[in-house]
Design a protein around this ligand. Structure first.
Ligand code: DCP
Length: 460
């Protein structure tokens, strides 16, 4: 459910930074001989060459796309190097990609509030840094390679060059802040390249929504600015489904009930009309996004909000009995425990809620009323405890699911359940107060001393 937040009155400068073909860059850094060569990363399932999950820009020129199988990619690009993701616990192990993402976050967070949005995406609020900086007279070549949205419409008089836009931006408070932001982000992107070896692209705007829309417009290794004067035109041709939070049912309803095709089409409806149709909060949110307004703040968060481990079991691989489910829950629990331990040691944080989600198919036709329910309980540390608690959650969910389907059997289903995906997640993560951490470490220390004593005693 989208949340409408009023856009603050003071000008903000927000960037959305997205690493380019991320997994491919991580693999190319490990094997520099692959740099500049068509490269892809495939899932570990080797069926028909494995499914591509990341495609380097050199390979994209040959028409290789994500979701192709490795065999198909080889047909359109015979020289492509395909690298398999590392495997642990019978599934993809993303540790090296997560760690590489953390290296980038450490560089980006130097200049403002930093919110890690995914494994390779970061939002930055660099407003304070922009306020504290002056716009220089000379702009570096890197800064002048920025893309400025709607440039030709904005600045016909001064000419249509990026340099002319940067010079003229001094006259407008909002544009000046954006121009300073462009210099800061260009420097940060350069620092990321120097210190990690990765290229990234960025969108720079006055709010998160517009920054995110812009970051993918020019890739790889480029940045795109969204001056306020270009927003109406940008949204006039932005398909409604491309907007975050409008990919699902709400977007469907806007298309079918209001005949809205582009985000800008929402401008024809009053706020009260949208509120009547979709409720007060969602109505206001829709009214705001039609105008490119969003008060969403960049939350200071460089560490993940939750940890989740999952695996899919497509088609014939679906799990059809409890023993299989138990086996995979145990594998997932091992990975989750490892990640929780790392978080505890490195960041002194503990999670408190364990959640299990599963996807099902084949046996029953699912709709929103009878899909497999998610279940949660208090998280207890230790791989055996996590595995046993998660399995109990699965059994509870399965029993609800079977009861629902018995009460309202769906025509066309065989009545046999089959699990096509399993996820366990740890959330409600809090930092441990340093006193507790001290007690925890002392406890571990005591345990260690006792172990040594017992050991010495045994051999005495
Ligand atoms: N990823 C994945 N499975 C998917 C999509 C992505 O495992 N279905 C992984 C591989 C990607 C990484 O997440 O490298 C980041 O995904 P992006 O969507 O940001 O795409 P890329 O970074 O690969 O490419 P781009 O340069 O287009 O952002």
């Amino acid at each position: 459910m989208p949340v409408a937040r009023p856009e603050p009155s003071e000008v903000r400068v927000i960037a959305h930074v997205d690493l380019d073909c991320f997994y491919v860059q991580v693999e190319q850094r490990k094997r520099p001989e692959l740099r500049g060569k068509p490269t892809g990363v495939v899932q570990y399932n080797p069926w028909r060459g494995g499914g591509l999950i990341a495609v380097g820009y050199e390979a994209r020129q040959f028409g290789v796309t994500r979701n192709m199988r490795g065999d198909e990619a080889k047909k359109v690009c015979p020289n492509i190097e395909l690298i398999q993701v590392p495997v642990a616990h019978g599934k993809a192990d993303l540790t090296q990609y997560r760690d590489a993402g953390s290296e980038v976050v450490a560089v980006l967070s130097r200049k403002g509030t930093c919110e890690r949005a995914s494994i390779d995406e970061v939002y930055l609020d660099i407003t304070d840094a922009c306020v504290a900086s002056a716009l220089e007279e000379q702009f570096s070549d890197d800064v002048l390679k920025s893309h400025v949205l709607g440039l030709s419409e904005i600045d016909n008089e001064a000419g249509t060059t990026v340099e002319a836009w940067f010079r003229k931006s001094v006259a407008d408070a909002r544009d000046r802040m954006l121009a300073i932001g462009a210099v800061i982000i260009s420097d940060l992107r350069k620092a990321v390249l120097m210190e990690t070896g990765f290229t990234c692209s960025a969108g720079i705007a006055h709010n998160k929504m517009l920054a995110k829309l812009a970051s993918g417009m020019h890739k790889p290794a480029q940045q795109t600015l969204v001056p306020s004067s270009s927003v109406t035109k940008l949204l006039a041709t932005l398909p409604i489904k491309k907007m975050k939070q409008l990919g699902g049912k709400l977007g469907d309803s806007l298309q079918s009930d209001l005949r809205v095709v582009f985000v800008g089409d929402l401008l024809q409806f009053s706020e009260s009309k949208l509120q009547n149709l979709y409720g007060i909060n969602t109505g206001t949110w829709l009214w705001n996004i039609a105008r490119g307004l969003s008060g969403d703040e960049v939350k200071p968060r460089t560490l993940p909000k939750s940890h989740s481990c999952g695996k899919t079991f497509p088609g014939p691989k679906s799990l059809k009995n409890l023993a299989e489910v138990k086996h995979w829950i145990t594998e997932l629990a091992m990975e989750l425990q490892e990640r929780l331990e790392t978080d505890l040691c490195q960041n002194h944080r503990m999670a408190h809620l364990l959640t299990l989600h599963a996807g099902t198919s084949q046996g029953y036709k699912t709709n929103s009323d009878n899909k497999f329910p998610s279940k949660s309980c208090v998280l207890r540390y230790g791989k055996e405890k996590i595995a046993s608690d998660a399995f109990k959650l699965f059994e509870r969910a399965l029993s609800d699911y079977l009861a629902q389907n018995k009460a309202s059997p769906i025509k066309g289903g065989s009545g046999i359940w089959a699990v096509t995906s399993l996820f366990i997640g740890a959330s409600n993560i809090w930092a441990i107060p340093s006193v507790s951490m001290w007690c925890f470490c002392s406890f571990l220390g005591l345990l260690y001393v006792r172990m040594i004593h017992s050991f010495v005693f045994l051999f005495w």
